[in-house]
Design a protein around this ligand. Sequence first.
Ligand SMILES: [Zn+2]
Ligand SMILES: [Zn+2]
Length: 380
Amino acid sequence: MATGSEWRNRCPEYEPSGVISRLVSVASVSGQWAERLDPAHLALHPQDEEQTDEQLAAQLGLSEETLSDLRLVCGVDTLNCLEETNRDVIPEDTDLVTSGIRRKAIESREERLIYDRISRQELFDNEHEMHIVGRKPSKPEDTIQPGELILSVHVYFPIIAFKHKEVKPYLTMLVLGSQKLTDLRDAIKCVSDLQIGGEFSSTPDLAPEHVSKDLYKSAFFFFEDTFYNDMRYPECRNLSRTITEWAESHDRGYGNFKMAKMEDRTFNDMWIKIGCPYLYCHQGDCEHLIIITDIRLAHRDDCLDKTLYPCVIRKPWFRTRKCSVCKLYIVRWVTNNDSFAPDDPSYFCNVCFKMLHYDTDGNKMGEFLAYPYVDPGMFN
Ligand SMILES: [Zn+2]
Ligand SMILES: [Zn+2]
C-alpha cells in the first residue's frame, strides 16, 4: 500500500483542463479518499455509522427530550411547501435546465402520442432499478468492500457513418475497480460474437453448433500504450501483434507498444485518462471505442452484490430487421445472387425463406447463396 505522499505524487490534479483528464492511477482515487474520510464514512452499511440518540444528544449538548422535540419540528416530514405540490408537473418558470429539457420531452411526446406508454429507456431504467439499485447480496462474501471503486464505462458499437450521423449507439456499464479486464470483455455483448460462418443453401436444417465466439476467442483492449490481450484459452492468439509489428517495421514514430494479458489486470492496476477513447477489438476487426467517464467510490445505495457487476445501466435500442416478404417476423436468413428475389442481398424470416426456396420435400430450387443472419435487435 502506498503512503500518503506517494499517492499525492501519483495522482494528477482533480480538474481536467479539457474534455480528457490527465493520466490517473485508478487505485489512487480510492487511496486518497481513504486518507481523507473516516472509516465510518466509507462504510457501506448504515449500522456501521448510525449514531444512537444518546451519542447525538451528547454531541449537540442537549437533553434527549429536547432532541426528540427537535426531531419532531425539524424532521424531513415537515419539509413541505405551503401549497399542495404535484411532483409530476414541472413548473413553467423553472430555472433548472434539466427540468426544462424534461418538460420539452414530455410535451413533444404528448403531441405525438399514439399509445400511452413509457419509452424503452424508461422501461429499461425501471427494470434496472428493480433488479440492481440498493441490492444486497445473499451471501456475505459477495458484498462489496468499503472503499471499492465504481467506474462508468461507455462501450460504443461499430457505426454505419451515414446511419449514425447524429447519435452513436453505446451502452454504459458500471465496473468495479477490483474487477479484471476480462470481466468487462465478457460483459460486452456484440452480434459479431454470434455470427455463424458458412453458406447453407443446400443444408439449411443443419444448424451449425458453434457461433464465432466459440471459435475465435481472441480479443484485446488498448489502453494508453499497452495492448491487453485475452489469453485465457490455449487457442487465443495475440491479435495486436499485427499492429505492433506494423508500427515497428518502419520508423513510424509510435514508440514501443507494450503487451500484457487481459486476465492479469484489474482496473485498479490501470493508469487511464477519463474521457479518453480507448479500443476494444474482437473477432479480428470488430472495433468498439471504450470511454471511461467516471470513477467514484461505491456508496450504500449502490448495488452491493459484486456478482452483479459489470452491470449495464444504459442500452442502445437497435432496430430489428423484418423479413422482406411477410414484413412481420425478424430476419433469419440473408441471400445473395438469389434468382427468386429482386434485391441483393435479400432478407427472409425462416418461414418465408423455406417456402420460397425449397419444394415440399426440402429440395433446393433455383440458384442462391444463403447465410444465417443474426439480428442486432436480439439484445434489446
Ligand atoms: Zn463487436
Ligand atoms: Zn417472412
